[in-house]
Each structure stands twice: as structure tokens, then as C-alpha cells.
Ligand binder design. Sequence first.
Ligand code: PLP
Length: 376
Amino acid sequence: MKDWLSSISSHKRGIWRYESMLPHIRPDKQITMGEGGTALVRSQHIAKELGLSSIYFKLESGNPTGSYKDRISAMGVSWALEQGKNGCIGTSSGNAGASAAAYAARAGLPYHLFVLEDIVEAKLMQAVIHEAEIIRIKGFGESAEIGEQVFAFIEQEAAKRNLEVMITAYQFNAVAMEAVKTIAFELAEDFTATGEPMPDAVFVPVGGGGLYTGIWNGFFELMEKGFIGRMPRMAAVQSDGCSNIVRAWQQGSASPLPGDSTCRISGLQVPNPPDGKEVLRALHAGDGFGIEVKDDEVWMWQEKLATQEGILCEPAAAVSLAGLHQALKEKRLQPGSSAVCILTGAGYKDNDRLRAICRSKPEIPMCEISELSGLA
Ligand SMILES: *Cc1c(COP(=O)(O)O)cnc(C)c1O
């Protein structure tokens, strides 16, 4: 581990701290806003309630546009500049578009963005404000067939117009995705610094599968270089409305199962997961496992994180904690274990959910100043 820590750019923060283990980008082409270097915070209440020795939450909401996608955008947009591309083109269920739009604006590059029919409003507004050129596509996010057609269209336009493909999957942009490894690097560095052993399991929400693949690659690289003794077990957690990777793993299949999505969680509506095969290869090769969770369980854990830990994340992020709970029920995780949940995005990303939670709380009274007479 010592050797590794001497190889990092310790005067830098965020993803560029690990530039020696990332694709080479000349410093004057590095577009950065402080992405990465996110907080790892220990559970105060939920770990005890679930009978675990510890749960740590990795708060990816701390990134500049509120999700871990900023790691990918920083690398992808920098890479586009490094290669002299004319702009960027990509798809998004929300966060990737919000993020790439910000980084493209900063780089002064145009960004063509194709989004889901039912994208959540806050994420779309971020992309609008950063002046991405946006087109919404009917049926995208539900129909696997439409998804494939959109991906094909983008690859064709990218080749024709010399644009960088910003789809957050190894399948489409392996260079940009390398930045996801930094989540594993940060975890290794944080656990080394505190002297605690690496966690028994890391819970990762899975949509297209790029996040899981990137973190797995990061840990694998650290292990191959002898910097960590073993890989943590990595859980791939999907909504049961779009669980084509987890169900494929259960059935021993090497490819995601076909089927449309009925998932209601923004960010995870990916019926044709581009990195599904990569996730399945990792699951079949190691001691990782797949977990399916119900959308209303996810919402329950999202609210519990807010009331018991002070952490307000978006539903797609809470999927990791819902998965941890489910893994305990299925006895895939033993009581007394330690775990990390990757909380991938910020609570303000999904206002409909915030409104729904607030509706279940007591109404806020209003009164004249003269009526105030001490608290109950
Ligand atoms: C994109 C995203 C995911 C899923 O990542 P994949 O790489 O598509 O599996 C999970 N949570 C949030 C908040 C996201 O934005």
C-alpha cells in the first residue's frame, strides 16, 4: 500500500490525485471542478439497527453537479479536448446529461444530448441551464429496442461529425469510464488512513452497469499491484422493475436478459444495459452477488437515511442501502459484517420524491408574530 500512496499526486485532490493510474491527459486539457474526493461517512444509527459492525456511506452527492457522473464527465470532456474533438454527444436518464452539460460548457464545447421521455425535471433543468442541445425521445428508457436504436444513431453521428461519445459505459467510452476507478482508489486510501480493514462488501446501484464495472476494475487493479490483499465482495443492486442483470446472474447467463423496464427510479431505467456483460463477468468470476429490490423499499430507505443519518440522497442512491438490507434478509451478508454503500446522487435531483416525502410529514403551521408563546 505504501508504494501505491507514493505513486499518487498527493498535492492534488479528487480524481486527478490518481492521474498516474488514469489515461494520460495533458494538464492544460484537464477540465476540472473538484470532482471526486467525496466524503466517506460512518452510519450513526442504521448499522446498529441492522446488526452490522459498520456501514460507511460514500457521498457522491458532494460532486460539482451532484452525482458521481462528474468523475466520468471530467475525464470524458478532457479526453475530447485532448483529441481535438468538435464537441460531445450522448444519452442520459438525467445525471450524466446534467454533468456532461456542465463540463462541456466549461470546456467551451457543444453537447448534443438525447434524453428519456420521462426524465426527472431537476436533472433536465441542469442540462438546459448549461445550454446542452437537448432532444427528448419517446419510449426511450422503457423499450429496449428504442434504446439500441438511440445508441446506434449516436455512434453514427459521432463518427460523422468528430464528436466524443458521452454515454457512461465502457462499451461506448472506456477512457472516460476509467475515472470511475477512483471511487475504489479513494475507498482504499480512506480505509488505509484509518487503519481499518477494507469492508466486507460494497453495495452499488446498477443501471447500465458502468459504475459497478469501474469500481470493480479499480479494486482489481489495486489487488493485482499488491496494494490490497483481497477484493471486497461487490453487490450489484437493481430495481426489480429493471433487473435484467441480476436475473441473468441468478440464471447463470453471461448476457443481460431481454425485457422492457417498469422501474420508477430515475437513473436505473436501462432496459438494455450497455455494460451488462461486464458486470456479469465480474459477478461470475468473483464472490460478488446480485440483489433485486422493490421501488417502495428504496423510497423507504431513502427517507430513513434522511431521518436517521441526516443524509438526503436521490432514490437511485438509496438503492444501495435497500440492497444491503435485502442481502441480510437473503443471508448473503452475515450479521457483524462491515459494508460500504455508494450513495450515487443528491436528494434535490428528484423533486417529485421530495414532495411525496414532505406530504407524509406534519403540516407546517403559520401564525402572527404576536401569537408565538414558547415551544410546546
Ligand atoms: C447513472 C446512475 C446510476 C447507475 O449507474 P450505471 O453506470 O448506469 O449502472 C446510479 N445512481 C445514480 C444517481 C446515477 O446517476
